[in-house]
Unconditional design. Structure first.
Length: 235
């Protein structure tokens, strides 16, 4: 029975922590590539909404001829960088995800054009730099909350905390930079909407999905590595 239980354990992922090995290094390198790809990937999709001005602009949505269905559809252009961060967190756990993000930031500030608006040390003056730097505290706190507990309430809490941290720090840095430059408030308001308020709901939803996709991949990788380890032991 003990032998059977031991064999079955190799095919059951039980939330084991990520160990440092060659595969971990390779996964970290692939994760940096994933962040870069997400930075320059724009997802386009549509979904149904309840318009905020539905009652104040009733005739537009319900003209005499029927229903204006196009008014209930929202077209979205979305950059999936935040969900990719949580996907990596789900695979590599907190410590190795932090190292991965630090590597990504170091490469970008060193001059490689892997940020949305290029790269180099001068990128620190870009309006969106706060969102990039906020990945570090977001992953730290979200990873601490997650702690390989993939029950939905815990995943939701971890993702929500991380997305709030990203948007809060990003928005504060953006406002500080805009104030120092005496920028027009209309432009600042549009930047805040596009980089913070508009993305918040999508970041939370897609990041939760990303964590569970990471869990599936992690289970597959664990089974493959377990098979290899068993093969080495038998040889």
């Amino acid at each position: 029975m003990k032998r059977i239980e031991e064999q079955l354990r190799y095919f059951k992922y039980e939330g084991e922590p990520v160990r440092f090995r060659l595969g971990t290094i390779a996964m970290m390198a692939l994760s940096v590539l994933l962040i870069i790809m997400a930075t320059f990937t724009e997802l386009k999709f549509k979904h149904w909404i309840i318009p905020m001005d539905l009652f104040s602009n009733w005739n537009f949505y319900f003209p005499d001829a029927g229903v204006n269905w196009s008014g209930f559809l929202k077209s979205v252009k979305y950059i999936p960088q935040v969900p990719i961060i949580f996907f990596i967190l789900g695979i590599l756990d907190r410590k190795y995800t932090l190292i991965t993000i630090l590597l990504y930031l170091v490469l970008g500030f060193a001059g490689y054009p892997i940020f949305a608006m290029g790269g180099g040390w001068k990128y620190i003056f870009q309006y969106g730099v706060g969102y990039l730097l906020s990945y570090i505290p977001a992953v730290f706190f979200s990873g601490t909350i997650l702690n390989r507990n993939y029950k939905f309430p815990n995943v939701f809490k971890a993702v929500l905390a991380g997305v709030i941290i990203i948007n809060l720090i990003g928005a504060l840095v953006l406002l500080l930079s805009a104030c120092l430059r005496h920028e027009n408030w209309f432009m600042v308001k549009n930047l805040l909407y596009s980089m913070t308020f508009f993305k918040f709901f999508y970041d939370v939803v897609f990041s939760i999905i990303a964590v569970y996709l990471a869990l599936i991949l992690k289970q597959v990788l664990w089974i493959v590595l377990s098979k290899k380890e068993r093969k080495k032991v038998s040889e």
